[in-house]
Design a protein around this ligand. Structure first.
Ligand code: GLC
Ligand code: CA
Length: 558
């Protein structure tokens, strides 16, 4: 059952940071339209936009106040229609982010619910009563503190928010909520949108609020047990996806399931289940945890890539999904630090980024490129704690200072690891003010830390940008879209896999380390893409630090 989405190379755009065309410092939809030729030349076939709906922007658009209108900061309905048309004219597709777990507290449903507990909208949200001076339970919010926020004017009455307190969770047990979300999704599909990225869908079912998390009494504990992957998630998801496929059979449904295990990836993407077509898990990237400072929480400490751990993880995912769905392949997104800040080698910067890209994107699966990644863009540098817009940052900062880190060291750690620093402006041209992103000071108060730009890399045949183009050309060949995959058990520091289709065999070998590695490659193929120096040495291949080869044997000699 071949479907269009199985051959896509997806590009994720954080609309506010991509290209500003009216010089207000905020990227916009016209900016995306303007850059379609750039994306097309890169080999991109589908764009995923982070939320563009009307929003107070507490969480940069994930707090939606009106699902049927475009936030004026990024454009208008006419702009999104023009974008859809322009993409389709270029043979490209559009995915919108679909925020289904919660709304903004400014959404008319929540406002009506607050105003009148008898209103039908009250049951669109989740509420609980608590004893005076206590919270309904000790569940923790992903954005810090409790999931419970007192309802203004009603003492001891609380509403539930898994994310920011301005983002109340919807009550998916209410059939009217489920229907309303289906209607919204249909509206966008009828406009010509090709697919949806289902935001945080794994959280739409919650446990019994009376159940406390086991922990230190009242202190909020983040515990997925009570609000992730619960038993009603799949029936609700199925009902939703089924309704969308009824009006658009080839809709592409890409689920975001941050904490999904390989087993859950199967459940959520098995075609017979009529749920997602593909699922993003945050558990495909594996970090080394053995070099951390045990006096500080792990979250904001820089970590090295665990090549061996990732080999195991990807082997499991690739194996389990082999006859189920396409794994989603990505190095970065708006919820994590940029790959160049996380894993690039200091001594072999450009080579390391080329090797990391080849190591992942030629595998069986759907690549998602986070805007700027193709340039080697690092996290921006945010100068003030308040620029992170994250209440968990201050406690980390205080703790780090208390154990002896300087303010500067702590800010560096935060900037290297925090998601907000990954949302910086796309650098189009270093000779222009604000790197050609805008003539106005950008919305995010961050400084570019790497002197990279589209203009410079376009004219340099050895650039990372040009390498990404070559990689995606290769990715679009049947061997890499449809071939089987086997991940090879190689030495630590090396990642090697083969792809096979009919009479063709490709071997991708990447030295992901700062040292020379000896590797066996018996496929007898011809090199079709190379990074760094690889020499023959006593019957083995000698891979210099951060070097890589893709060899293809189409003479059936294997
Ligand atoms: C998803 C988004 C994240 C957002 C959250 C709440 O995890 O990727 O950016 O904050 O959902 O909508
Ligand atoms: Ca703008």
């Amino acid at each position: 059952m071949a479907n269009w989405h199985e051959k896509q190379v997806i590009y994720q755009i954080y609309p506010k940071s991509f290209k500003d065309t009216n010089d207000d410092g905020i990227g916009d939809l016209q900016g995306v339209i303007q850059k379609i030729p750039y994306l097309k030349a890169l080999g991109i076939t589908t764009i995923w936009l982070n939320p563009i709906y009307v929003s107070p922007q507490v969480d940069n658009g994930y707090d939606v106040a009106d699902y049927y209108q475009i936030d004026q900061s990024v454009g208008s309905m006419a702009d999104v229609e023009a974008l859809i048309q322009a993409l389709h004219q270029n043979g490209m597709h559009l995915l919108l982010d679909f925020v289904m777990n919660h709304t903004s507290d400014q959404h008319p449903w929540f406002q009506a619910a607050l105003k009148d507990p008898q209103s039908k909208y009250h049951d669109y949200y989740l509420w609980a009563q608590a004893k005076p001076g206590q919270l309904p339970n000790n569940w923790g919010s992903f954005f810090g503190g409790s999931v419970w926020e007192p309802t203004p004017k009603a003492p001891n009455h609380y509403y539930f928010h898994l994310f920011d307190r301005h983002m109340p969770d919807l009550n998916w047990q209410n059939p009217a909520v489920r229907q309303a979300m289906i209607e919204i999704a249909k509206f966008w599909l009828n406009k010509g949108v090709d697919g949806l990225r289902l935001d945080a869908f794994i959280h739409i079912d919650k446990a019994n609020f009376k159940q406390f998390a086991v922990g230190e009494s009242q202190k909020p504990v983040i515990d997925d047990t009570f609000y992730a992957h619960l038993s009603r998630v799949q029936p609700y998801l199925r009902e939703f996806c089924h309704a969308l496929r009824a009006i658009k059979p080839d809709v592409f449904i890409l689920g975001e399931a941050a904490s999904a295990s390989p087993e859950l990836l199967i459940d959520y993407s098995r075609p017979q289940n009529d749920e997602c077509d593909a699922v993003i898990t945050f558990r495909s990237i594996v970090d080394r945890l053995d070099q951390l400072d045990s006096r500080l929480p792990a979250e904001f400490q820089p970590k090295a890539l665990d090549v061996e751990g990732m080999r195991q993880r990807l082997t499991t995912i690739e194996t389990k999904l082999a006859d189920v769905s396409l794994p989603v392949l990505y190095w970065s997104n708006h919820d994590m630090a940029r790959v160049a800040s996380r894993y690039a080698s200091t001594d072999y910067y450009w080579q390391s980024l080329k090797c990391l890209a080849a190591m992942l994107y030629l595998q069986r699966g759907l690549p998602i490129i986070y805007y700027g990644e193709e340039l080697g863009l690092k996290n921006s540098y945010l100068k003030q704690l308040s620029d992170f817009h994250d209440q968990t940052v201050l406690p980390f900062y205080q703790q780090a200072l208390a154990v002896g880190y300087s303010a500067d060291q702590t800010m560096k750690m935060l900037n290297q690891t925090h998601k907000m620093a990954a949302r910086g402006m796309m650098p189009w041209d270093s000779d222009q003010p604000y790197q050609g992103f805008s003539k106005h000071e950008p919305w995010l108060n961050g400084q570019q830390t790497t002197p990279v730009s589209v203009a410079a890399e376009t004219s340099d045949p050895t650039s990372l940008l040009v390498f990404y183009r070559q990689l995606f050309q290769l990715k679009q060949t049947p061997l890499f879209t449809a071939g089987d995959e086997v991940i090879q058990p190689t030495a630590n520091g090396v990642f090697q896999y083969t792809r096979q289709l009919a009479g063709q065999l490709a071997t991708v070998t990447c030295n992901l380390s700062d040292t020379v590695q000896l590797v066996t490659n018996n496929d007898g193929g011809q090199p079709s893409l190379t990074v760094g120096a690889v020499d023959q040495h006593a019957g083995q291949l000698n891979y210099s630090p951060w070097s890589m080869t893709v060899t293809i044997n189409d003479k059936k000699e294997f």
